[in-house]
Design a protein around this ligand. Structure first.
Ligand SMILES: *Cc1c(COP(=O)(O)O)cnc(C)c1O
Length: 228
């Protein structure tokens, strides 16, 4: 077995154990492999070990891997900051976009999504850390944005994503995850169907699962330390 497949197996077992300890089904949490900076060969290796969903932060790098690995029929998520001039490449190549934080970006993605493809699956990125983080919409603005995004024809709004600020303060981090879960609860009460709570990375996915994450985004824990 390769290091990547050993890591994937250990993480999958850990996710199941943490979910069950939190009173959740093991399969209520999906693992997203964050392959940014890693070559297509690493993705191929993870795919060979059964991993289906991958995430990229940079448009050009991601599209290159998607095209190279098209025959593997993987699921690709875009999770990085998205500028207007890059939306077309994302709409044409990715299956999901988790970093929608402005209506203009969502409108462009919807307009540029080919009718030949299924609707683009999207999450709204919420800034749960206040001033210390620049990406994501503020929690109070999330409700109107979510309703506007849900109305766009070629997008399917699935839920919320957050990247809390790095912190040694465990209680604070937990509050950030709780805040995202509660925000989704309010949006669901407000009439939106949202099945996805994307939160938790290599350092903190166990806490995120305990707080309700349905999608955890792991890079380092699967592929190793990034050199860039
Ligand atoms: C890089 C990245 C991850 C993965 O981080 P690790 O600490 O390597 O697990 C997850 N989510 C986002 C948005 C990222 O940019």
């Amino acid at each position: 077995m390769t290091t990547i497949s050993i890591n994937l197996q250990a993480i999958t077992e850990r996710i199941a154990a943490v979910a069950q300890a939190a009173g959740r089904e093991a399969d209520s949490v999906r693992l997203l492999a964050v392959s940014k900076t890693w070559p297509a060969a690493s993705v191929r290796e993870a795919a060979g070990a059964g991993q289906r969903a991958f995430a990229e932060n940079y448009v050009q790098e991601g599209v290159g891997k998607i095209i190279e690995l098209r025959h593997l029929d993987l699921e690709w998520h875009f999770i990085g900051p998205l500028q207007s001039n890059k939306t077309k490449a994302v709409a044409e190549n990715f299956d999901w976009v988790q970093s929608v934080d402005r209506l203009k970006i969502a409108q462009r993605l919807s307009a540029q999504r080919s009718p030949a493809l299924p609707p683009l699956q999207v999450c709204i990125q919420v800034n749960v850390s206040g001033e210390s983080s620049k990406s994501g919409i503020s929690p109070v603005e999330a409700m109107p944005l979510a309703h506007a995004v849900a109305a766009l024809p070629r997008l399917q709004l699935r839920g919320l994503m957050a990247i809390p600020e790095a912190s040694e303060d465990i209680a604070l981090l937990r509050q950030r995850f709780t805040a995202l879960r509660e925000l989704r609860g309010r949006l669901v009460t407000g009439g939106l169907e949202l099945d996805t709570l994307s939160m938790g990375m290599s350092q903190d996915f166990e806490m995120a699962i305990a707080e309700g994450a349905t999608l955890v985004r792991l890079g380092t824990a699967i592929f190793g330390e990034r050199s860039t």
